[in-house]
Design a protein around this ligand. Structure first.
Ligand SMILES: Nc1ncnc2c1ncn2[C@@H]1O[C@H](COP(=O)(O)OP(=O)(O)OP(=O)(O)O)[C@@H](O)[C@H]1O
Length: 656
């Protein structure tokens, strides 16, 4: 019987829903060509690119790559645990030796049993061999279990190392890398598949070694018993092996061809059983539409699966017939050898046992070879990504920063990748300690981008930013950032407790050095709302966990403001910090952004009443600085600021 497996890629693809469409076709899946309305994003097969490459590579081309791949996998396992690697491989090799011993002992037993002596004498003569054979079977069983233990021990240790390396790299990489679509996609692939492939490559290597050792062990036993029987081993095993490869590839190609549909089903399933979509599904009464879509795709998928089952069965029939023919041929050869008196009966009987064992080992070897090649392609992608990410960690200079008197932005520009128009275009401005400055402008004018440059999250494409006269490029990036607090407009609901949500603003700050969590929450008008939660500051703010809670948009924004204030940075950048706040909370928050001798505040807001008292207001348009001055000066100037301010103020003016 050929082993049947669900390909691990199938599980991975379904669980992440990030697979691409298949261009590969298979006779097992006629429905594929009629794939309905595949969404364009699903047609992007990049995520599965190695699977298609693998499907087109011959088995022998794959086998030639094996030594290199095995070396890589062994190297990975070795780094993680030498003892477990040695045990997983070594114990399997010794188990193989036990197979040889067992077969040789069986041969002796049979020879004694088939001898022409009285039965009690024959049994007495066979007893030592019987004991050795039994011991060999026991030893092999024990060794295989111990090897399996070592192999299983390797998996979590590899996961630990590999995941840690990936996330250490992704959290340190410069922000600009995330604007590069290629980088983001590689990161998804490394996270979704690379981690899985790292353990898979090691597991399959151990399987391969086990299979090869099994084949070699049986071949060795047969060679000792009667070298002429070795060709029988080949005749019996090779047709079965070829069928195994064919079936594995057909199954695999069929799976690839169905991936678009499976991904679409996964997306629909996600929309129908998800807390975040539940409101819209109900308000728009989307149930009928979603279930209908799911039914339509599911019908095609079921039809394709039924076709696949049929084609698999016919492949199995062919395989079983070939194997039957091969077995018949082996019996014929054995019979001929027996009749010719070349091989004694005992040796022939042992050879049959050896053939059975060799077939199983050969199947293991072939499946491991198939899987290893593809594992290696994805694992190398993972390594390439991690190296690339490690190479994009901001290096900067080594000079430490203790604070600043002034920050000078000199002719600074920044262009995002693949965009012609710079988001910030030759901007010069100054921020002094103790000042409040404001960045004003219409949507897309470059305010956030300029704020990110000030926060040292992006490096300018041209121009220079100086902290007290020193180019930031010469300063230690971590040291610069330790002085900056950003209340970003793109904040994230961290699934932590209320306290942790505030304290992550500076998670490693010693007690007594800056405001406490409660003080920061009070300053951001968040204290009362937090104490009103079921567990106060220890309430988990994520509904997907037991006892978890959620907040309203404005309540979350208060918490985010508390996080920024808790950070207590010398440069406080507030990018639309009050968009979701009610009037009272907004007023209270802007009281916190008043002048303070120890810090500089950069305010970005469309509610211009909040920037009236800023020391300087910089007005941006299309990335360029077009106006500069305090409120009174800009109102007199009658430019864009004046226009925007008047427009807003008119909304509050009394109507006749
Ligand atoms: N990550 C990015 N990749 C490519 N382009 C971007 C990126 N972020 C912003 N942009 C573009 O840069 C320009 C400036 O965007 P920015 O977010 O700085 O504007 P903004 O003034 O803060 O706008 P808003 O008032 O809407 O917040 C816009 O044209 C925007 O489309």
């Amino acid at each position: 019987m050929e082993p049947t497996r669900t390909h691990p890629r199938q599980r991975s693809a379904e669980s992440t829903g990030t697979t691409g469409a298949g261009t590969a076709t298979t006779d097992g899946d006629p429905a594929t060509s009629a794939e309905p309305d595949a969404l364009p994003e699903l047609a992007h097969a990049e995520w599965m690119r190695h699977s298609y490459a693998f499907a087109e590579t011959s088995f022998w081309a794959v086998a030639r790559q094996l030594p290199t791949i095995v070396r890589e996998a062994a190297g990975l396992a070795w780094q993680v645990s030498r003892l477990d690697t040695l045990a997983a491989i070594g114990l399997n090799v010794v188990a193989g030796v036990m197979i040889t011993f067992g077969l040789l002992a069986t041969s002796t037993v049979l020879r004694e049993l088939f001898a022409s002596a009285p039965t009690p004498d024959r049994i007495r003569a066979a007893a030592p061999g019987l004991a050795v054979a039994a011991l060999a079977v026991m030893a092999k069983g024990g060794l295989t279990i111990a090897a399996g233990w070592a192999q299983a021990r390797l998996v979590p240790q590899i996961n630990y190392q590999v995941e840690l390396r990936l996330f250490e790299a992704t959290t340190a990489v410069e922000l600009a890398a995330f604007d590069d679509a290629g980088f983001a996609e590689e990161m998804d692939r490394a996270r979704d598949r690379g981690i899985y492939e790292a353990t898979s490559i090691v597991n399959h290597t151990v399987d391969l070694i086990t299979g090869v050792v099994g084949v070699a062990a049986t071949a060795a036993a047969v060679a000792v018993i009667q070298p002429l029987l070795l060709p029988c081993l080949l005749i019996a095993a090779v047709p079965a092996a070829i069928t195994a490869v064919r079936i594995a590839r057909r199954e695999y190609l069929a799976l690839l061809a169905r991936l678009t549909r499976r991904r679409r089903m996964w997306m629909l399933a996600h929309l129908m059983a998800n807390r975040h979509t539940a409101v819209e599904v109900r308000t728009y009464q989307m149930r009928g539409f979603l279930v209908g879509e799911y039914r339509r795709v599911m019908r095609l998928e079921t039809a394709a699966q039924l076709m696949l089952v049929k084609s698999q069965t016919s492949s199995r029939v062919t395989g079983a017939s070939l194997t039957g023919l091969a077995t018949f041929a082996v019996y014929a050869v054995l019979g001929w050898l027996l009749l010719a008196g070349v091989v004694p009966l005992a040796a022939a009987a042992t050879a049959l046992l050896a053939l059975q064992a060799a077939r199983t080992s050969l199947n293991t070897t072939i499946y491991a070879t198939n899987s290893l090649y593809e594992d290696a392609l994805y694992y190398r992608d993972f390594l390439t990504f991690v190296q690339r990410a490690e190479g994009r960690t901001p290096a900067g200079g080594g000079e430490q920063v203790v604070g600043f008197e002034r920050i000078d932005v000199e002719e600074v520009s920044l262009s995002y990748p693949d965009t012609e128009q710079p988001a910030v275009d030759k901007v010069s401005l100054t921020v002094r300690r103790g000042e409040v400055i404001a960045l004003v402008g219409e949507n897309g004018s470059g305010k956030t981008t300029l704020a990110k440059l000030l926060a040292n999250l992006y490096q300018p494409t041209s121009g220079t930013i100086r902290w007290d006269g020193v180019d930031v490029a010469a300063l230690d990036p971590a040291s610069v950032r330790s002085h900056v607090a950003v209340l970003s407009q793109d904040w994230w609901k961290f699934p932590f407790t209320a306290r942790q949500n505030i304290a992550v603003g500076r998670h490693d700050r010693p007690d007594g050095d800056g405001p406490t969590v409660v003080q920061a929450a009070e300053a951001a008008s968040a204290h009362d709302l937090v104490t009103g939660l079921p567990h106060g500051y220890d309430t988990l703010l994520d509904r997907s966990f037991k006892d978890g809670h959620d907040l309203s948009g404005g309540q979350w924004q208060r918490l985010v403001a508390a996080r920024g204030l808790y950070r207590d940075g010398r440069l406080l950048i507030c990018d639309e910090p009050s968009a979701a706040l009610d009037a009272r909370a907004e007023h209270a928050l802007f009281q916190q952004f008043r002048r303070h001798p120890e810090r500089a505040v950069v305010l970005i807001t469309h509610r211009l009443a909040n920037v009236r008292h800023a020391d300087r207001i910089y007005v941006l348009r299309d990335g360029r600085l077009i106006e500069e001055g305090n409120h009174d000066q800009l109102m007199v100037a009658g430019g864009l600021y004046h226009e925007l301010f008047e427009l807003q103020a008119s909304g509050y003016a009394a109507r006749d």
